[in-house]
Design a protein around this ligand. Structure first.
Ligand code: PGA
Length: 249
C-alpha cells in the first residue's frame, strides 16, 4: 500500500458502460506530476470491474470491488462474487462492512470472514466502520466502533493491508458532516482503539460520508486522515477532480 492521499470512489449501484468514458479526465489528472501524491481507487459495480481495470491499465489508478462473499469459492452461492474472483479480474481492493450492507443483515462474523479471505487473496481491504444516528444519540459511538473493529478483525494480526474507513451512518448521502473538531476527536479515538488492539501498528484511516467539493477544504485540515471514501460526488468526474485538486493544492 502507499503513503499517498487516498481518494476512493464508491460508485455504489450507479454506472453503465457509457459512464466509463467519464473517468478519462480523472485518468489524465492522475498522470500529472502535480497530483502524484493522490492515490485514486475506483470501486465500480461488479459488472464494470473488468472494464475499469482495462481502462485504467496505463495509469496509477487502482480498482476495487464494493463487496465480496464471506465464503471461499467455488461454492453454491447464487449471485455472489468471491475475493479470489475479484483478485483474478485485476482488482486490488475490496470494500467490506459498508453500512448499506450491514443494514441488509451482514454480520460482524461475516465481515471478519470476508476480510480474512480478502487478505488471503492478497487484496487490500477498505474496512468501513461507523455509528448510526441512534448510537450517536445514545453516546455509544466508541463502544460500537470498538465492537466493529474487535469482531471484524478477529484473528487478524497485521493491519498493513487494511484501510479503516470511518463512515458515520447518519452522514452517508445526507450532506451532514461532523464539525471538524468533533471529527478530529473521533478519528483520534478510533486510532486509539486500533493502536491498543494492534500493538502500536500504524493504521491508515480515511473518512467517508457526504464528502464533496465544498466541504473538502475543511476536511483536508484534519491531518490525521489518509484520505477519503467518496460516494455521490465521485460519480461526477468534475466534482471528483475538484475534490482531488483542492486537497492536494
Ligand atoms: P456519500 O457516500 O459520499 O454519497 O455520502 C459515501 C459512502 O457511502 O461510501
Amino acid at each position: 500500500m502507499t503513503n499517498k492521499i487516498l481518494f476512493i470512489a464508491n460508485w455504489k449501484m450507479f454506472g453503465d458502460l457509457k459512464s466509463i468514458k467519464s473517468i478519462e479526465s480523472v485518468i489524465n489528472i492522475s498522470k500529472k506530476k502535480r497530483y502524484r501524491k493522490a492515490k485514486i481507487i475506483y470501486c465500480p459495480p461488479f459488472t464494470l470491474l473488468n472494464n475499469f481495470v482495462i481502462k485504467t491499465k496505463k495509469s496509477t489508478i487502482s480498482i476495487g470491488a464494493q463487496n465480496c462473499h464471506h465464503e471461499k469459492d467455488p461454492g453454491p452461492f447464487t449471485g455472489s462474487i468471491s475475493s479470489s474472483m475479484i483478485k483474478k479480474i485485476g482488482a486490488e481492493y475490496v470494500i467490506v462492512g459498508h453500512s448499506e450492507n450491514r443494514s441488509n443483515g451482514e454480520t460482524n462474523k461475516q465481515i471478519n470472514d470476508k476480510i480474512r479471505n480478502a487478505i488471503t487473496n492478497n487484496l487490500n481491504v477498505i474496512f468501513c466502520i461507523g455509528e448510526s444516528l441512534s448510537d450517536k444519540k445514545n453516546k455509544k459511538t466508541n463502544s460500537i466502533i470498538s465492537k466493529q473493529i474487535n469482531l471484524g478483525l478477529n484473528k487478524i494480526e497485521k493491519i498493513d493491508k487494511i484501510i479503516f474507513a470511518y463512515e458515520p451512518v447518519w452522514s452517508i448521502g445526507t450532506g451532514k458532516v461532523l464539525k471538524n473538531q468533533d471529527l478530529k476527536k473521533q478519528i483520534l479515538n478510533i486510532k486509539n482503539i486500533i493502536f491498543k488492539k494492534f500493538r502500536k501498528q500504524k493504521a491508515k484511516i480515511i473518512y467517508g460520508g457526504s464528502v464533496n467539493n465544498k466541504n473538502i477544504n475543511d476536511l483536508k485540515q484534519i491531518s490525521q486522515l489518509d484520505g477519503f471514501l467518496i460516494g455521490g460526488a465521485s460519480q461526477n468526474s468534475k466534482k471528483f477532480i475538484d475534490i482531488i485538486k483542492k486537497t492536494i493544492n
